[in-house]
Design a protein around this ligand. Structure first.
Ligand SMILES: *Cc1c(COP(=O)(O)O)cnc(C)c1O
Length: 218
């Protein structure tokens, strides 16, 4: 789908939740090269996401002349923490355990905006913190890890053709987000190519799109 059409669909979905809400689009460039990133950037897209530290490092190097904001959205292995930190991502969306949070926190020499990744689908293949522990873990990290600036939550919707299951996973994420709002949470990152419209209708204010954005470019 072209960029303008996607932006239009985001606007339409927003009106079904709350006209006033801002929904930020993050372009996930993990399966494309810097060339496609530049293509989208010239159309006005500023924020991009990568799920591997090495690839993030490579693209940052290649795209130094562009004022791009990079998000880290992948599972972070502890042996990659030292490589991620100097890249200074705009947002680390995938903090998925207290232990990992502490590992990053103790090495940071600046404040890193961070989201707690929740495993709302409770699928074994997905990383993230269980729903019923999410609020407690978030507050624990916020209390103990002073270099992590906890900004909200991220989840990956249930992988299912049954839209009611996908919706439930977004509703569950949103409920956790609401509980964390009094504690400073501002970002509810949910929605990917196959389900972003539903995610926005359920209250998402940050979506992460890869496939649908880049499919026509390759
Ligand atoms: C790949 C990825 C996306 C984008 O997925 P698409 O289905 O290609 O839009 C979003 N979030 C995360 C965490 C990802 O790894």
């Amino acid at each position: 789908m072209d960029y303008a059409k996607i932006l239009e669909n985001i606007e339409t979905s927003k009106t079904k939740f709350n006209k006033q809400s801002e929904v930020k689009l993050i372009a996930v460039s993990k399966n494309v090269t810097s060339k496609e990133v530049v293509n989208l950037y010239t159309q006005g897209q500023i924020e991009f996401g990568e799920n591997r530290v090495q690839e993030l490092n490579k693209k940052i190097g290649e795209l130094q002349n562009y004022d791009i904001k990079w998000h880290f959205i992948g599972s972070l292995q502890s042996n990659k923490i030292n490589q991620l930190i100097p890249l200074r991502p705009t947002l680390w969306q995938s903090c998925n355990s207290f232990k990992l949070a502490c590992g990053v926190d103790k090495r940071l020499n600046y404040k890193l905006d961070t989201l707690l990744e929740i495993n709302v689908a409770n699928e074994d293949s997905k990383s993230g913190i269980e729903i019923n522990r999410a609020v407690e873990e978030y507050l624990h990290i916020q209390e103990e890890c002073k270099n992590l600036n906890m900004c909200g939550v991220m989840s990956i919707g249930a992988h299912s053709d049954d839209m009611s299951l996908v919706k439930k996973s977004f509703d569950d994420t949103y409920k956790i987000y609401e509980k964390l709002r009094p504690h400073g949470a501002k970002i509810c990152s949910m929605g990917m190519s196959s389900d972003f419209e539903l995610a926005i209708e359920c209250g998402s204010n940050m979506i992460r799109l890869g496939t649908i954005l880049f499919e026509d470019m390759k």
